[in-house]
Design a protein around this ligand. Structure first.
Ligand SMILES: Cc1cc2nc3c(=O)[nH]c(=O)nc-3n(C[C@H](O)[C@H](O)[C@H](O)COP(=O)(O)O)c2cc1C
Length: 359
């Protein structure tokens, strides 16, 4: 595995300056991503139309193919509410996962700060707690924008999750309703069963929950007019044995693929990150330090379950990393944290894929 690196150009240095200026407003910086996307044509952003980067993901299950104008997709969490989706295509992404959406509006973790950043290790840690407008509002927004996105081969998935903290009786019902609403609209549905920030929704470790949930989704899908891809987003801290057992179960239930993975629970890494807020946690880690784990898990999953679509996610910040992961069998990649450290990161990574000798 090579941890391909990049040298800082003027844009990256400008971004570092902005991080410094707004160093106490990390969440504000994250929220300004939408504005950055909207204004991207001003700094050379454009929809990637290079045919050499185009990817069509097909599924043995017969699910509708996913068309991506390039294999770099914006991961869940960056555009939680489905606003201005098509602006993100101008940042050089091939697609986007909206959400994570829950059945109803959630304010997320009430404690502040909820996001921290480690400059030296190029990592982010967060405990946002699934703040979002609720699936109905989000799905309506996606519906209004998805035709235009599809014309540009900019795929739009919706990430969903059970709402933590709800009454026991409602939890499963709400998840199923959330799935059905997302399924009607999105190109693919990504089920987040690995959020480390809410205390009760690390469902990827609960075999009964996983079986019942994905069985229900599959039964619903059998009755739908169009069969669309379903992905499960798993945690990166699963042991190899846990991961393989889980993939076995998911494959047997007809799930099309997995996203490997979510943020890494910070108490399991060696970084001594400051506690974010009075909940005593440092949140989930994303960014460069988790790349090696992403790479290893991608190889492991593809070797044992070649029929599953693998989406690599975690610490990917260079086009040559994307190429390496595609060579190892990933269908596409998802990225998020790199946007805090590289100016127009997706466009740069696209160019690095196309012209490896210049990287
Ligand atoms: C601030 C922040 C919020 C996130 N919110 C979500 C979320 O709502 N749902 C989800 O599935 N993943 C969420 N993630 C995780 C990312 O989608 C991704 O899995 C993780 O950051 C690893 O990728 P990266 O190293 O490229 O950032 C979030 C990550 C960050 C940094």
């Amino acid at each position: 595995m090579v941890n391909h690196d990049y040298s800082l150009d003027f844009g990256d240095k400008l971004l570092a300056f902005l991080r410094f200026v707004f160093k106490n407003q990390v969440e504000f910086r994250h929220n300004s991503l939408g504005l950055y996307a909207k204004m991207s044509p001003l700094w050379g952003g454009e929809i990637c139309e290079d045919e050499n980067l185009h990817k069509t993901i097909t599924f043995p299950s017969g699910s509708l193919p996913i068309n991506l104008c390039n294999p770099i997709v914006l991961a869940a969490g960056a555009n939680k509410n489905g606003k201005n989706i098509n602006a993100y295509a101008n940042l050089g992404f091939g697609g986007i996962t909206i959400g994570t959406a829950t059945r109803n509006f959630r304010a997320g973790n009430p404690l502040r700060p909820r996001v921290g950043l480690d400059e030296f290790n190029r990592l982010i840690h967060n405990s946002m707690g699934l703040n979002n407008d609720g699936i109905e509002a989000i799905s309506l927004r996606v519906e209004k924008q998805i035709i235009k996105a599809r014309k540009n081969n900019f795929a739009v998935g919706i990430s969903i999750a059970e709402a933590p903290g709800e009454e026991e009786g409602n939890r499963m019902l709400h998840l199923i309703e959330t799935f059905r609403i997302a399924y009607r609209t999105a190109d693919y549905v990504e089920v987040n069963v690995s959020c480390p920030n809410t205390g009760v929704c690390r469902q990827d470790l609960d075999t009964t929950f996983m079986k019942n949930t994905f069985e229900d989704f599959e039964n619903f899908r059998k009755t739908a007019v169009h069969k669309k891809a379903i992905y499960a987003k798993l945690s990166p801290d699963l042991t190899d044995k846990q991961l393989l057992q889980l993939l076995d179960l998911l494959a047997s239930l007809g799930v099309d693929g997995v996203v490997l993975g979510n943020t890494y629970p910070s108490d399991k890494l060696f970084y001594h990150l400051p506690v974010l807020n009075s909940n005593g946690s440092s949140g989930g880690i994303s960014g460069r330090p988790i790349y090696e784990n992403t790479f290893r898990k991608t190889i492991l999953a593809k070797k044992h379950f070649p029929q599953l679509s693998i989406v690599a996610c975690g610490g990917i910040d260079h086009g040559l990393k994307v190429r390496d992961l595609l060579d190892e069998g990933a269908d596409f990649v998802q990225v998020y944290s790199v946007l805090a450290f590289r100016w127009m990161a997706a466009m740069k990574m696209g160019r690095e894929i196309l012209c490896p000798s210049k990287s």
